[in-house]
Design a protein around this ligand. Structure first.
Ligand code: AMP
Length: 631
């Protein structure tokens, strides 16, 4: 294996990368750097992200660009602002010890005048997103004629994002003598056409087999019914307390919705999508990068180029139709030599898509089962024990309190103490998952035989109502309520399923409208706002638990964490006053428990005082009451 010094790089640069902890070149660096250092050859590198391609082009670029001249000599184009900033940052880091370059990043969503000012000061290297660069060209704020090197990074993504015309325009402003270096994870027709139109006899390099993807990614899928997706997602998250994950949804609306539901259920999550302002997106990304955020829910476009090491899981709430999207999504994990898991949540009819991706990737997907309630509980308990081992004891500060603590616990044996401490955290998972249904499906039906099309088959319409036994509602009261508010008679009403803090009832299809009208506009029952929603939900498989009629709908994460600030706008990441943790392991720490999970009934039953940060009841049960999951 070659060392960086063997590749022809200047001594200073070799020292720089060593200081950064790069011990030896990655395969693409080993093969690309000597070719690029000649400075006169067009180049095409077919490589996935995470292979070290930024250094593969960045290091030779820094050796070739003349720091004595203020001319703009190199232009690096990247699909997203995030990637652009990352590249500019990497170049700064590589060159810090050797040359004084003026490296300027230009991208949309930030002050253009500030960027123009920086460019005019003399930028030897410009890293740009195509759209903003065109703005600068149009304003005659940039002169590309002195460019000697153009790098097109993630060319396939730039073309996917519709930058073809912009690229054509930009390249037409550069001189014919320049060298063009193109990097792409895939080689679609559009990339070939850029090569044909703008490059001369490029040196082509392929690292790894095209499309085989990263061998460090384990590909898996779970088969569930569409309507169980959110529940299954929560199971996976609860089963993986140390997850540092990226969840993909198809649309911006779904992305926002899922993130909000997770947040309300007490997960340390936020969203990233195009409806957020650039400032909001930046804030979310900073939190995610710093691991202040454990779960990021994103759209494909917004997540392009996200380069965050250590992402443990990528979860596809829907399996994408396009192979490119799947590759891009799953490529956000297993970066820089780490391992990662990509989990597609699919319905049975989508198995064909999995087979197709398997074929293209030449990789086998493992079928994963959605963890059962006991499995989640066991995992949580073990995680708790792990934390007990790992917790840092602040000897000097806790010392003063210990005599009182010992006094308060003195009657308890060691075994009793362990049991009780473990139970404090463990009980909520145990309660929550007690009687939780098996969400895995076989032949399109849940394996527990519950769920399915029960209500549709009955020909009625099923409603959720946020009143239950805790409100003194029994069947007679429910019938009375439906008569009072909706004018329904007993014969119009089907099954009534009473729970603790909420219930379900069925009415004939023709009467459904009457129900919705009856409860419209702030109806109150015993001083409480009544909420009624149509649902296809089975109500936790129709089971009743011992511990207060909980079903799988709310979350085991509860509202006794630190108070939560509500966010003012949509998205954007101002949600948290959750504490920062240095590690990606948030599961179980109080900081992730800021959200509410339990309805009134649970809070009332809790042995702990009800937190004032508890979310109002109307925020609960989203997962079970939504009619359709179409992520
Ligand atoms: P890239 O493909 O350029 O996005 O790089 C992926 C990750 O690998 C980044 O976090 C780099 O800092 C890291 N990296 C790049 N080259 C090396 C190397 N030779 N040794 C160790 N890490 C590297």
């Amino acid at each position: 294996m070659k060392s960086f010094a063997d590749l022809g790089l200047s001594k200073g640069l070799v020292e720089s990368v060593q200081l950064l902890g790069f011990e030896s070149p990655t395969p693409i660096q080993e093969q690309a750097i000597p070719v690029l250092l000649t400075g006169n050859r067009d180049f095409v590198g077919l490589a996935q992200t995470g292979t070290g391609k930024t250094a593969a082009f960045g290091l030779p670029l820094l050796d070739l660009v003349d720091d004595k001249s203020n001319d703009t000599q190199a232009l690096v184009l990247a699909p997203t602002r995030e990637l652009g900033l990352q590249i500019a940052n990497d170049l700064e880091n590589f060159s810090e010890k050797i040359k004084r370059f003026n490296i300027v990043a230009v991208y949309g969503g930030a002050s253009i005048s500030e960027q123009i000012r920086k460019v005019k000061r003399g930028a030897q290297i410009i890293v740009a997103t195509p759209g903003r660069l065109i703005d600068l060209i149009d304003r005659k704020a940039i002169n590309l004629s002195s460019i000697k090197y153009v790098v097109l990074d993630e060319a396939d993504e730039m073309l996917n994002m519709g930058f073809k015309d912009d690229l054509d325009k930009i390249l037409s402003f550069t001189s014919k003598e320049k060298a063009t270096w193109l990097f792409s994870a895939t080689m679609p027709r559009e990339v070939r056409s850029i090569m044909k139109n703008y490059m001369t006899d490029p040196f082509e390099l392929q690292v790894g087999e095209q499309n085989t993807g990263n061998v460090n990614i384990e590909h898996a899928y779970v088969v569930i019914q569409d309507r169980d997706k959110y529940l299954a997602l929560k199971r996976i998250l609860d089963y993986t307390p140390d997850i540092f994950g990226l969840i993909f949804c198809r649309t911006r609306i779904d992305t926002q919705k899922v993130a909000e539901m997770l947040m309300k259920d007490g997960y340390n999550a936020d969203s990233l999508h195009g409806d957020l302002t650039q400032q909001q997106r930046d804030r979310v990304m900073v939190r995610f990068r710093q691991r202040d955020l454990q779960i990021l829910v994103a759209t494909d476009v917004a997540a392009r180029g996200i380069d965050v090491d250590d992402i443990t899981h990528v979860i596809h709430l829907n399996i994408p139709d396009e192979m490119e999207f799947y590759t891009h999504r799953s490529g956000r994990t297993a970066r820089a030599g780490k391992k990662g898991i990509s989990i597609a949540m699919i319905s049975k009819r989508e198995l064909g898509k999995v087979k197709q991706i398997e074929k293209t990737l030449k990789s086998t997907f493992r079928r994963m089962m959605v963890p059962t309630g006991p499995e989640v509980c066991q995992k949580q308990l073990l995680s708790l024990m792990h934390k007990v081992h790992e917790v840092k004891v602040n000897e000097s500060e806790i010392e003063a309190f210990l005599p009182q603590v010992y006094e308060a616990l003195k009657g308890l044996t060691k075994e009793e103490l362990i049991k009780r401490f473990a139970s404090i955290e463990f009980n909520r998972f145990l309660d929550y998952y007690r009687n939780a249904p098996d969400l895995n499906t076989e032949g399109g039906k849940r394996m527990d035989g519950e769920g399915g099309d029960r209500y549709a088959a009955a020909g009625g319409t099923r409603f959720f109502i946020n009143l239950g036994r805790m409100d003194g509602i029994e069947k007679a009261q429910m019938l009375e309520l439906l008569d009072d508010f909706c004018g329904l008679e007993k014969k119009d009403i089907g099954k009534i399923d009473l729970k603790g803090a909420y219930s379900f009832f069925e009415v004939e299809k023709e009467k459904a409208e009457q129900v919705l009208k009856g409860f419209k506009g702030g109806v109150e029952y015993q001083g409480r706002q009544v909420r009624v929603e149509e649902t296809s939900d089975s109500g936790g498989g129709g089971r009743r638990s011992r511990g207060g009629d909980r079903d799988d709908s709310s979350s085991p994460r509860r509202s006794d964490g630190p108070p939560r600030r509500e966010r003012s706008g949509s998205g954007g990441g101002s949600y948290s006053d959750r504490r920062r943790s240095d590690k990606p392991s948030y599961g179980g720490s109080r900081s992730e428990r800021g959200g509410s999970s339990s309805g009134r009934s649970y809070a009332d039953k809790s042995s702990k005082p009800t937190s004032s940060s508890s979310a109002p009841y109307s925020e609960k049960k989203h997962d079970r009451t939504n009619k359709k999951w179409d992520f």
